[in-house]
Design a protein around this ligand. Structure first.
Ligand code: TEU
Ligand code: CA
Length: 559
């Protein structure tokens, strides 16, 4: 790696992120809810994996209407998750293992239980009243407009005491904060600095693209004030700190991405974008009615993002999180080819240019839940939409089929640590049912297998540390129109690495570009390692491999 590159490399570019959804990770005290001491007890699992930082979903005090994405005290820990001492111990214990803690910053909205909102809804004169977004009723007394909440119903709720409606873009339990108010903004920045002073490694910013909204103009996503606020936030909190920031946006496009993470913007390091996720949804019914997977379209989206941020900006790489289905169920095969396809998906994602994120349980190939009754679901979004869809005439069976395919509870069933009762997650009754397949799919079983999924992830993470081409190399897609194979080439300083992956359960022929044919060194494979690349490759079902081509040179020293 040349010196200029070495000097400008940021730690989070060669690191791998790991998301923990605390409620579902590990329960230390038998109340059925995962907690911080539980996370600490599993840090060696993450050290062994090789990750560089944890994105910790919210652990703040919260009534848990949306499992912590509804915060009632930004400077305290929810009692069910532990104490501030537990949190400080987590930061220290993680640090001792070379792992940073990235906090989830949820500041588009608070909880309706936050003291600010209690004051705000009591009096128009309270300073906190202006921390939220209030509008007068429409002439007929109804909501100011027909904006719908993400989790069902109107986004507006009337408060008789002040004679106005407030905005809850997600739910009435999650009133939107009024970013137009400079006093509110300063409260947020002070709070961020308070957490940074505790030694955290950065922030994942929940729906950050919503904070610049102009309600009266009907502009919510990527509203006119967004980048001015993010630049102010950067000046007030993030500047000159060696941390990582990832902003979540469901609306960012390749056209707007560099506005957040372009080199000269002084806003964020990267964004979580969802274009590749939404590509798989029905244009009318959204996620509740999935459409068949289309690899060409999927590749087009990811290739476009690779191209858009090739020179400026940085990609985040992921297929899963706590809002999405399990990736092996969604994009792979969670039956006969579970192990094979889980490794294939990981290979494709981790070798793209950007920072990869693993969602808890992905590293052992956990699968979607298979619930049969609505009372097994816990998610506010699923339950909110259930009521609406049933009212619209959808049958419960059809709705549950959709929720089992794309609903958020798929990712939230407890982490499967072992084959024992409750998967080793808890000694008590888990807040959401454990997937019965923990009898065979669990961390203990997978980790004792040298050919397990965990071992494959370990290797991917180690490769990223050893091969600068994976972090910094150029990206060139191969055979973009091929409906079965995802293939690409990475290149840096004469080192060339090809990634070839069969996305199907069929044996598949693949014609390689002539310039890649020849001897090579297999860096990783989920099948019999290859020693050379032929013009026509016959790929086994879900086969994926990484080959360094035409050179015996290593990628270079560890970064
Ligand atoms: O999610 C943003 C968001 O828009 C989701 O509601 C998303 O649209 C949905 O899950 C896909 O169907 C973030 C958090 O990740 C999510 O867990 C929270 O519920 C939400 O914000 C509100 O804070
Ligand atoms: Ca607990």
């Amino acid at each position: 790696m040349n010196d200029a590159l070495r000097e400008t490399t940021r730690w989070w570019q060669s690191a791998t992120g790991y998301q923990i959804y605390p409620r579902s990770f590990c329960d230390s005290n038998g109340d059925g809810i995962g907690d911080i001491p539980g996370i600490i007890s599993k840090l060696d699992h993450l050290r062994d994996l090789g990750i560089g930082f944890i994105w910790l979903s919210p652990v703040y005090r919260s009534p848990m209407a949306d499992n912590g994405y509804d915060i009632s005290d930004y400077r305290d820990i929810a009692p069910e998750f532990g104490t501030m001492e537990d949190f400080d111990r987590l930061v220290a214990e993680a640090k001792a293992r070379g792992i940073g803690i990235v906090m989830d910053l949820v500041v588009n909205h608070s909880s309706s239980d936050h003291p600010w909102f209690h004051a705000a809804r009591t009096s128009r004169e309270a300073p906190e009243h202006e921390y939220y977004i209030w509008r007068d009723a429409a002439p007929d007394g109804g909501p100011p407009n027909d904006h719908q909440a993400a989790f069902g119903g109107s986004a507006w709720t009337f408060v008789p005491g002040v004679g106005k409606y407030y905005l809850g873009h997600f739910s009435p339990e999650q009133p939107d904060l009024n970013w137009q108010n400079p006093v509110l903004r300063q409260e947020i920045y002070d709070m961020m600095n308070w957490w940074l002073a505790r030694g955290i490694a950065g922030f994942r910013m929940d729906v950050i693209s919503l904070i610049g909204k102009d309600v009266d103009a009907g502009l919510y996503e990527e509203g006119p004030f967004l980048h001015q606020f993010l630049q102010e936030m950067h000046r007030e909190t993030l500047a000159d700190r060696d941390i990582v920031t990832i902003g979540e946006s469901w609306s960012v496009s390749t056209d707007t991405a560099r506005l957040y993470c372009g080199r000269d913007r002084r806003e964020l390091d990267m964004v979580f974008q969802f274009n590749h996720v939404v590509e798989g949804w029905d244009p009318v019914h959204g996620k509740w009615k999935p459409k068949p997977f289309d690899l060409v379209a999927f590749k087009r989206v990811l290739n476009d993002w690779q191209a858009a941020l090739a020179e400026d900006g940085w990609n985040s790489l992921f297929l899963s999180n706590h809002d999405l289905p399990r990736q092996v169920s969604k994009y792979g095969d969670d039956g006969a080819y579970r192990v094979k396809s889980a490794k294939m998906l990981a290979t494709v994602v981790h070798l793209l240019k950007g920072t990869p994120f693993i969602y808890q349980g992905e590293e052992i190939g956990m699968t979607n839940a298979t619930f049969t009754r609505i009372d097994q679901f816990r998610d506010i979004e699923t339950l909110g939409h259930y009521a609406e869809e049933i009212a619209r005439g959808v049958t419960p069976e059809d709705f549950i089929a959709g929720a089992n395919e794309n609903g958020r509870d798929n990712a939230r069933t407890p982490m499967q640590w072992n084959a024992g009762p409750k998967a080793g997650f808890t000694d008590g009754t888990p807040w959401i049912e454990v997937n019965p397949n923990h009898a065979t799919i669990n961390a203990e079983a997978d980790r004792t297998d040298a050919d397990g999924i965990f071992a494959h992830y370990q290797c991917l993470i180690a490769l990223r540390k050893d091969w600068p081409v994976i972090v910094h190399g150029t990206y060139r897609p191969i055979a973009t129109d091929d409906g079965a194979v995802f293939a690409y080439l990475r290149e840096l300083d004469g080192v060339r690495v090809a990634v070839i992956a069969n996305f199907t359960s069929e044996e598949t022929d693949f014609d390689l570009p002539v310039e890649l044919v020849g001897a090579g060194r297999c860096l990783l494979s989920n099948d019999v390692p290859r020693t050379s690349l032929e013009r026509r490759l016959s790929l086994a079902p879900f086969e994926a491999f990484v080959m360094s081509i035409g050179t015996e040179r290593s990628g270079g020293d560890r970064q």
